[in-house]
Design a protein around this ligand. Structure first.
Ligand code: GDP
Length: 599
């Protein structure tokens, strides 16, 4: 153990800009372990992530690199999640490092999320090494990418390394820069323990495996540790390093990155961002920046068939073991029966949970349209958080409603700037803040906008407007008052609670109209006519009717006598009446998600 020979880094890159390829190349250059085995391991993330081309997070890797000075350095590469839902985790992964590689695809330029994460790294005082990647591509625009980095972050051409993870060009230079430019970690291995949890995973056999960066002190098997935020204590049974395989070690000391196993049963006891200290000799101040991750989006989740309720609950409990951001509580919907109100970090998180339920537990679920968390000030002064539109108070019962707002940054070729500003401000309730140049022909646009407006189909529309070239990132900046109303949907005169939604007053009519129209398309015809109505503030504000399915009863009696025809018609009318009285309208699953695409 020699702290001077350690470098802890992360790689900031947009999806597809070549992070995996570069890490594979680094492993190849530095590592003794068989190449193919490594490859599989680094890529060993969840299937869903791979299929979608996103990595929520990969295991850290430790590589040994012998530099020109003849010394062998230990480089820990800590992955950062590649999605805005997980931005808090990005910030904690960065906090575990002294430096970062900023990897930019020379054929794509700097994307909004990369830019935002670079700022996070700068705020954490990280030393940044900009790398212009994929320079082997014929359409690589190296000079333009450099001038974007100049404008956006202030790098000069000399700072930037030109590389290709594919051909290997520049990769040695990157390793050299890591050793030369990124400082070795500081800290005293003899001091009381102070370690940062930057990730945690649940293992069926070993319990929670904590991924930690030691800042002060040393941790060994047998030590009693304490989680700073909760005061919970545990006894360490194993510590070790990631190669990325878990390799046990005697101890982990200040500056090192590794894992800790300590009989922890739930990931909720090992929260990302929390500080681990010694139970017998605790520190007085934790590492800065810890906060509890709170779900931002809620949706109703119901088993496809009522008899699967119990199974769904068990599955959610299992998922929660390694996903502390997932929260749920029972919900009973008159329309959909027993289910859960489930909280997610964002829509990607919601999708991942749904897919895991399907694949790992073989449970199909009905999800209702997701909503943000509203904060309502009631007439009696009480503040309530609303996670379910059906529970939104009626007009007149409350004083004020607030909804979460974000600061939104969009990077786009300048030619689409006008249309994007128009779209965000006139359709999405956004407020335009500023524009900044990024290289010769791109700009960064900044807006303030409600989270609910940018979360759903915003990105698809942005891509359409910019022919796929714009990228976006957002950060929640807090709650602001907003003129919101609840719209209730009635199908066949019955309130379908699971279809209620909250909308801004200005959009009330337009959205209500779109929703009823959409439901008309999605709900199949029945034997009787079905009115679909939208109600807001005590009034019906939109209506459509689904026509009754008309069996051509007369056709059968072609040429028959008229009295038979009359009798049949009579019967059918009776039948219709009965159906209307007892009949439940079958609302297909898709109808509950219809709201997602409207707004
Ligand atoms: P990640 O999403 O950032 O991990 O990106 P990957 O490493 O998976 O790379 C995305 C795509 O770009 C893959 O098809 C790679 O083969 C390709 N790629 C990665 N690096 C390079 C490079 O340096 N040159 C070229 N031409 N292609 C690359």
């Amino acid at each position: 153990y020699n702290k001077e020979l350690i470098r802890n880094i992360s790689i900031i890159a947009h999806i597809d800009h070549g992070k995996t390829t570069l890490v594979d190349r680094i492993l190849e250059i530095t590592s003794a372990i068989e190449q193919r085995k490594m490859h599989e391991q680094y890529l060993d993330t969840m299937d869903i992530e791979r299929e979608r081309g996103i990595t929520i997070k990969a295991t850290p890797v430790k590589v040994m690199y012998t530099a020109d000075d003849g010394k062998t350095y230990e480089i820990n590469i800590i992955d950062t999640p590649g999605h805005v839902d997980f931005s808090y985790e990005v910030s904690r992964s960065l906090a575990a490092c002294e430096g970062a590689i900023l990897l930019v695809d020379a054929s794509q330029g700097v994307e909004a999320q990369t830019f935002a994460n670079t700022y996070l790294a700068l705020e954490n005082d990280l030393e940044i090494i900009p790398v212009i990647n994929k320079i082997d591509l014929p359409n690589a625009n190296i000079q333009e990418t450099i001038s974007e980095l100049e404008d956006l972050i202030g790098f000069t051409e000399e700072d930037c390394i030109k590389a290709s993870g594919k051909t290997g060009e520049g990769v040695k230079e990157i390793l050299k820069a890591i050793v030369d430019k990124i400082p070795a970690p500081s800290g005293d291995s003899g001091a009381p323990l102070k370690a940062l949890i930057f990730d945690a995973e649940y293992d069926k056999y070993r319990g929670v495996i904590v991924h930690a960066r030691i800042f002060e002190g040393t941790v060994r098997p047998g030590d009693k540790i304490m989680m700073f935020s909760s005061g919970e204590t545990f006894e360490v049974t194993e510590v070790g390093i990631f190669t990325p395989e878990l390799i046990p070690a005697d101890s982990l000391s200040a500056g090192e990155v590794g894992y800790i196993i300590a009989g922890i049963k739930e990931v909720s006891s090992a929260r990302i961002g929390d500080t681990i200290t010694s139970a017998d000799n605790p520190i007085s101040e934790p590492l800065p920046g810890f906060r509890e991750v709170k779900p931002m989006v809620y949706a109703g989740m119901f088993p496809g068939l009522p008899e699967y309720y119990g199974e769904l609950r068990k599955a959610l409990e299992k998922l929660k073991l390694n996903d502390p951001a997932l929260v749920f509580e029972p919900e009973n919907s008159p329309a959909l029966g027993f289910g859960f109100r489930v909280g997610f970090l964002g829509l990607l998180h919601m999708d991942v949970v749904r897919e895991r339920l399907e694949r790992e537990f073989e449970i199909a679920v009905i999800l209702t349209a997701p909503n943000v968390v509203y904060r309502v000030k009631m007439k009696n002064g009480e503040i309530v958080e609303i996670t379910n539109p059906a529970k939104f108070p009626n007009d007149g019962e409350f004083e004020e409603v607030e909804e979460p707002y974000v600061e939104l940054s969009i990077i786009t070729p300048s030619e689409y700037m006008g249309n994007i500003i128009g779209f965000v401000t006139s359709e999405k309730r956004g407020e335009f803040k500023e524009v900044e140049n990024a290289g010769k022909n791109r700009v960064v646009l900044k807006f303030i906008a409600p989270l609910s407006e940018i979360m759903f189909d915003f990105f698809d529309k942005l891509k359409a407007i910019s022919r796929g070239f714009a990228s976006m990132d957002y950060e929640i900046i807090g709650y602001r008052p907003s003129d919101l109303v609840k719209v209730t949907i009635l199908v066949n005169k019955e309130v379908v609670d699971a279809l209620s939604f909250i909308v801004h007053k200005d959009k009330e009519y337009a959205v209500a109209k779109k929703v009823v129209e959409k439901l008309k398309d999605l709900i199949p015809q029945h034997q009787f006519q079905i009115p679909i109505q939208a109600k807001s503030r005590g009034r019906i504000i939109a209506r459509t009717d689904i026509k009754a399915l008309r069996k051509d009863v007369l056709a059968k009696c072609y040429g028959g006598d008229i009295t038979r025809k009359m009798k049949l018609l009579e019967k059918q009318r009776e039948g219709k009446k009965r159906l209307r009285e007892i009949g439940r309208v079958t609302i297909p699953q898709t109808a509950f998600l219809a709201l997602l695409k409207i707004g």
